[in-house]
Ligand binder design. Sequence first.
Ligand code: AMP
Length: 429
Amino acid sequence: MTEDASAKKDLAAVKGTKDILPKEVESWRALERLARETFELYGYRELRAPVFETTELFEKGTGATSDIVTKEMYTFTDKGGRSLTLRPEYTPSVVRAIIEHRLDLEVEPMRYYYMGPMFRYDKPQKGRYRQFHQVDIEVFGEKDAAVDAEIIEMADSLLRKLGVSGTETLVNSVGCRECRPAYSQALREAAGKRKSDLCPDCQRKAETNPLRIFDCKVESCQAAARSFPVIQDFLCGECLSHFNTLLVFLNQYRIPYRVEPRLVRGLDYYTKTTFEIVSSHLGAQNALLGGGRYDDMMKDFGGPDVCGIGFAMGMERVLAVAELAVPKRKSLYLAYLGDEAKKSGLELARYFRANGVECLVEFKDRGMKAHFGRANKLQAAWVLVVGEDEMKKSRFGLKEMATGRQVEGTREELLALLRDKVRGIEAPC
Ligand code: AMP
């Protein structure tokens, strides 16, 4: 390898991270816009928390025995000797923010959404990155299982707007602190009997937190897990009634679902409802979004006893299956000839931009033919011609590239023409 090539390799994007290039950004923005619009229809408001937090926050929130905390966190010590972690998920940050700002005392409903990057030191593969992006929503203070169904309905509605088809909704209950210990004990016993089928990691999990065996991707562990008792047989009266109410409301919303008793979703904090929406168009990494209820987290953090529920949607995964109609940009290319025309042209570009027309200007000496060639390549919708004649008359030529139609007019006349054709142009103030 030449020195140059090796320097380029050293400076390449880090494994598991990706650039989102301008040609992809339009779909990202469409997803972000539709997510915002949808969530706000349900009364959610955006809450932006920092990208890094204290390591203890995730240890306490996400859970000390979860794969995320034991294997996947980007943790570093800062110059002040403090252990910090790039957030691997968003829920603990929101809970912290609520406690810190006493948002529970405000009148607004505690419904929040957020979009941004998350970081996990996971094995990179298709659909699995080390920096990936999530759309996240959380609701606090709503105990009723109707809200569990409502957030699933909201997720479903967003996926439909994004043109995502071929999805399946999986639901489960992981019980609560009352009923889960008996289930964990039953799992521990069942895992003990299948010890030789379990990987070393799961043999350890059988002792520490047997529920986490369900997260394991090793085939022999999954086969063993299929023979384990199901949680529905262990739910206490309250958890069972909550689960049944969730199903009633899902039926009411006419959302098809499948009860998946092994859906425990990798995080220690879930209580009662867990759910996932998976896509039949993706390979092994088929979960588009997942979430659940976490009624104890706020009080475990030393805050008020306020229950919570939420979900996180993987943006890369959704975009891989979304069918989005991205509007084509409509821009005006400025074709000027000579130094004087350049000056007037720039004034004109300023005028059109101030009035909401996207204007492409390149500072290269070009003849008229070269200008048109370039405008064509850039797929400009119109070309504005500024030469000596045009300047003298203060009337300029405008060519519509798709039709070849040419018109002449003052800048005000041309703007009036364009205003009809460019979506979103506001009247000048
Ligand atoms: P989780 O926070 O693990 O419940 O994940 C919620 C959603 O985020 C998943 O359903 C995926 O769509 C997405 N996701 C999680 N981890 C990754 C990753 N490493 N790379 C890409 N997307 C991910």
